[in-house]
Ligand binder design. Structure first.
Ligand code: NAD
Length: 335
């Protein structure tokens, strides 16, 4: 059977996922799309046979031929769409963050627990990036000894106009919160944020860049430079410092050109380029799992844990203090 997917939100990520499902993922098709902006939804659906167009996410989920949902609307719209999908028993791939706040993430997790089965996968796609997977295998194999520190850098060429200082944590560093938990297999126990004088190229009122420090349950320390107006491109790096060596990813291989006295590599300008393969693998893995009736990837628990870390991060940002993360016991559904 071909899995019919309703895509909710047809902005940048949603449009990219529609293209991906139609061209790069076997066994699935886009059966419906929904966006508050009807013209945007219609433009994305144009040329896709049998794809209905809606402004109401619930109507898209109820459309004929819909077996699963991909949520790519803005973060604050995720909770309502997730609860709608649960009410219909539809499996969901939800773009990160699960919800922008832990209270919403907890409501989603509790609703899923009441159903008694995992329906949601959170789109923490770094788990599908080949370099991140290599790093995780290297750390798990243990040849380098215990991981003591991670040095992470997360840089964007420029932030969108609506980006706020809080979003540096909730929208961007949320990736490092999940990647840290996944790479180390440890929970994040405390967060601190150091704020240098903002770049004069950052929009007014945006505290950019920042240095975010995580402490983990296994005694590791993680520093994350988040710099969303670095100017030169999109760069995500991670170096693990272990007892017997280091392992690093994100330096950017590929073509080197030498001309007019300089040698250099192109720097990707955004995540759709740097993580193109990871998104493809993520959606393929999700489609495969849904068709096989399995759960896949980051769970609602992972989305909730990341939201709790981000909440502590935002409090640390505001207070300048070290803020502890209080994670409850992991429910059996997510063992
Ligand atoms: P965007 O602003 O380009 O698109 C969001 C779309 O959602 C817009 O078209 C908007 O009209 C629509 N929308 C908002 N509320 C809606 C609602 N209630 N019902 C229907 N449509 C609604 O944003 P984007 O960059 O595409 O981000 C979308 C999601 O993807 C966000 O959760 C974001 O954090 C995530 N994202 C993930 C990655 C990643 O690397 N995994 C990268 C970028 C964005």
């Amino acid at each position: 059977m071909t899995l019919g997917i309703a895509v909710i939100g047809t902005g940048r990520m949603g449009a990219d996922h529609v293209r991906r499902i139609e061209t790069a993922v076997g066994g699935a098709r886009v059966a419906a799309v929904a966006d508050l902006d009807a013209d945007r939804a219609a433009a994305v659906a144009r040329g896709i046979k049998g794809c209905s167009v809606h402004t109401d996410p619930a109507a898209a989920m109820a459309a004929p031929g819909v077996d699963a949902v991909l949520i790519a609307s803005s973060g604050p719209a995720h909770e309502a769409a997730l609860l709608d999908a649960f009410a219909r028993g539809l499996p969901v791939l939800c773009e990160k963050p699960l919800t922008p706040d832990p209270a919403g993430a907890l409501r989603v997790m509790e609703a899923e627990r009441r159903l008694g089965r995992r329906l949601v996968t959170v789109g923490f796609m770094r788990r599908y990036d080949a370099e991140y997977q290599d790093l995780q295998h290297t750390l798990r194999r243990g040849k380098l000894g215990r991981a003591l520190m991670l040095h992470c850098r997360h840089r964007n060429a420029a932030s969108p106009s609506f980006f706020t200082t809080e979003m540096l944590i909730r929208d961007s560093v949320v990736h490092e919160a999940d990647a840290t938990r996944w790479l180390l297999g440890q929970e994040i126990t405390a967060v601190q944020v150091l704020r240098p004088r903002p770049s004069s190229y950052a929009p007014r009122d945006l505290g950019d860049p920042q240095l975010v420090l995580f402490e983990t349950s296994g005694g590791a320390v993680v520093d994350v430079e988040i710099f969303v107006n670095c100017g030169f491109g999109y760069e995500v790096r991670c170096e693990a410092v272990c007892e017997r060596g280091t392992a690093s990813i994100g330096a950017g291989g590929g073509l080197v050109t030498r001309t007019t006295g300089r040698a250099g590599r192109a720097v990707p300008q955004d995540f759709t380029v740097r993580f193109a393969e990871a998104y493809d693998r993520e959606v393929r893995a999700w489609v495969g799992a849904v068709r096989a009736g399995r759960a896949e990837g980051a769970s609602a628990w992972d989305g909730y844990a990341a939201a709790l870390v981000c909440e502590a991060g935002v409090r640390a940002q505001r207070s300048g203090e070290r803020v502890e993360v209080r994670l409850p016991e992991r429910p059996a559904l997510y063992a």
